[in-house]
Design a protein around this ligand. Structure first.
Ligand code: TMP
Length: 244
């Protein structure tokens, strides 16, 4: 498979065409951004860690029957993925109050929520990704009613699988962001990435942050934290393989 033209540059990844029309080549960047790109830094090694973590998580979800656009990892920072027509939506699932939820609703950070709370945001940098509801999604024709339902069901299933996965490596899954797209055969699949850039991950023992909040709030170096998440996932994978 050969890498062809660059077709999209996001904050964290480049997307290239390949000689296969429905397959894209992704390269993870080292760039870290926060506050819709207001804070921006090159962090050596971040691309590699997020590629590796995302690849392990997408493989795990596949084993749990959850389809994603992920095909395979190519190198430290590169993946092959299925081309998908992306919904202009960010889907956030929350298990514990934190971040914008705590701020907007005045709920103390760390409060366990009685059930997973699902939120939609419009993916539009110029508007600062505003929170939206299902009526907004329908009236803006971002997704049809059945598609919204499918996205919600998949997001909750992914949440359950990820809560269990992270619990096994002593991590509390506080909240995370997902993106979905439609493949050439019209299937809705999980896309983008799942990494400490897109999740809040707290150590179960001491609530230490193992995610991008450390960068957002200038609390220190994120690389050892992302490495810790990867090491724990790899250790779990080794143990699980050992038991098969
Ligand atoms: P929030 O509390 O800032 O709304 O974030 C909720 C979750 O979504 C958190 O795990 C971080 C993730 N997230 C992204 O991945 N990208 C974004 O642009 C935003 C705003 C949040």
């Amino acid at each position: 498979m050969n890498k062809k033209e660059l077709i999209y540059e996001g904050k964290a990844k480049w997307l290239f065409e390949t000689d296969e029309p429905n397959i894209l080549w992704v390269t993870y960047k080292n760039q870290a951004t926060a506050g819709n790109g207001v804070k921006k830094e090159e962090i050596l090694g971040k691309g590699k860690l997020n590629n590796q973590i995302t690849s392990l998580i997408f493989d795990h979800l596949e084993q749990k029957g959850i389809k994603s656009h992920f095909i395979k990892s190519l190198s430290d920072t590169e993946q092959l993925i299925q081309k998908a027509d992306m919904f202009a939506l960010e889907v956030v699932v929350r298990n514990v109050a934190a971040g914008s939820f705590s701020k907007r609703l005045g709920v103390n950070e760390g409060t366990e929520l009685d059930f997973p709370v699902l939120e939609f945001y419009l993916k539009e940098d110029e508007l600062n990704d505003p929170i939206i509801n299902e009526d907004h999604i329908k009236v803006l024709q971002l997704a049809a009613e059945e598609e919204i339902e499918q996205i919600q069901q998949q997001a909750l299933k992914i949440n359950q699988a990820l809560i269990e996965l992270f619990k096994r490596i002593n991590i509390r899954l506080v909240d995370f962001k997902l993106e979905f797209g439609k493949t050439a055969d019209n299937k809705i699949v999980l896309a983008d990435e799942i990494s400490p850039d897109t999740c809040r991950l707290w150590d179960l023992n001491n609530n230490d942050r193992l995610d991008k909040d450390v960068f957002r709030k200038d609390l220190g170096d994120i690389i050892p934290l992302y490495q810790e998440v990867l090491d724990r996932l790899m250790q779990l994978e080794k143990e699980t393989m050992h038991n098969v």
